[in-house]
Design a binder for this molecule. Structure first.
Ligand code: PMP
Length: 345
């Protein structure tokens, strides 16, 4: 089977072992005479698999199931942009505006209530992480996006806040060791670091939901519905959750510390090629402390040269390097499953 160097921003490369386990499960799951896509989500085998995925996730985050719930929903991270304010925005919420995805989250929250922008890097076209922060004393929650997929920045240090803390980790979840217990809610579309598109991981602190959730919501929009039914209120994305669980096992096998070390090394190789290119490649994030280790964005001197670079790279089996359509340039997305060999010269 041919495997190219895949730098796609998502859906993205998955670990080879996970892809193999998935192809087997699609043909026949656990010697049951049917594939995983053909089984009831309420069968014991699938309910068990969801339980395992939940427990593997909490193990990776070093969180207790007594304190946190884990659910898997459809609708992508974008649906969370809406569900979060519906469930938790009573009067005012603080948002950090650091890129397209946080802007999209802000837009949804503004439909529901008052939004205070507590930090903003739009004046530099999002090429840095803001340090001049101004949080409200009375916010219902603070929303942050840990890694800005399109602009190639990330929060190296998360700011301290005095309100429930919600983090969109879609593009860097499990790329580094973190104190996950700082957050009351973490969510991530699966299609970058933990699986295929079609499922969103949501980790939510039980006390946050009970003490801060709003009443009277439509059933599917209410986190309580999904927590109470353990992601099985309606038919969940079974195959994506299987792939996510296999990826969790793959991450657990090596541990977050080692994965982080490898990720730093991979990103370091590309950044040093950019920094040592004598200006041929121009990194788009000037402050090294703000650089993402998942999405590396850079430019060449003009768009024609960038297009040539992308097409010549593709001819050499390096795929998915074109920058996001909104910003142009070049972007190498090197998520956890991107092999180190793909980042070597
Ligand atoms: N947040 C971030 C950080 C993202 O990178 C993306 C998608 N690339 C989203 C949210 C939106 O995710 P989805 O397409 O799953 O709705």
């Amino acid at each position: 089977m041919k495997r190219i160097h895949n730098f796609s921003a998502g859906p993205a490369v998955l670990p080879q072992a996970v892809v193999e386990a998935t192809s087997e499960a699609v043909l026949e799951y656990k010697n049951m005479g049917m594939g995983i896509m053909e089984m009831s989500h309420r069968s014991v085998a699938i309910v068990d698999m969801f339980g395992e995925a939940k427990s593997n996730c909490l193990q990776l985050m070093n969180l207790s199931p007594d304190t946190y719930d884990v659910i898997f929903l459809g609708g992508g991270a974008s649906t969370q942009f809406a569900m979060i304010p519906l469930n938790f925005l009573k009067t005012k919420a603080d948002y950090l505006r650091t890129g397209t995805w946080s802007k999209n989250a802000i837009k949804e929250a503004q439909i529901v209530g008052q939004v205070h922008i507590a930090g903003d890097s739009s004046d530099g076209n999002f090429n840095y992480i803001p340090r001049d922060l101004d949080f409200s004393a009375d916010a219902n929650y603070v929303h942050i996006c840990s890694n800005n997929t399109i602009y190639g920045t990330r929060w190296n240090e998360f700011p301290n806040v005095n309100a429930p803390y919600i983090c969109d980790m879609s593009s860097d979840i499990f790329s580094r060791e973190l104190d996950f217990s700082r957050f009351d809610m973490i969510y991530a579309g699966a299609q970058k670091n933990i699986g295929p598109s079609g499922a969103t991981l949501i980790v939510i602190k039980k006390t946050f939901l009970t003490n801060h959730g709003k009443d009277g919501l439509m059933t599917m929009m209410d986190y309580n519905t999904h927590v109470k039914k353990e992601s099985m209120f309606n038919t969940p994305p079974v195959l994506p959750v299987f792939v996510i669980n296999e990826t969790f096992k793959w991450i657990l096998d090596q541990g977050l510390a080692k994965l982080e070390e490898t990720n730093n090394r991979k990103a370091g190789k590309i950044y040093s090629a950019i920094d040592n290119s004598g200006g041929f490649y121009i990194g788009s994030v000037p402050n090294k402390d703000d650089r993402s280790i998942m999405n590396i964005t850079f430019n060449l001197s003009n768009p024609e040269l960038e297009a040539k670079f992308v097409s010549e790279a593709k001819a050499k089996n390096l795929d998915g390097l074109k920058g996001h359509r909104s910003v142009g340039g070049v972007r190498a997305s090197i998520y956890n499953a991107c092999p180190e060999t793909s980042t070597s010269a």
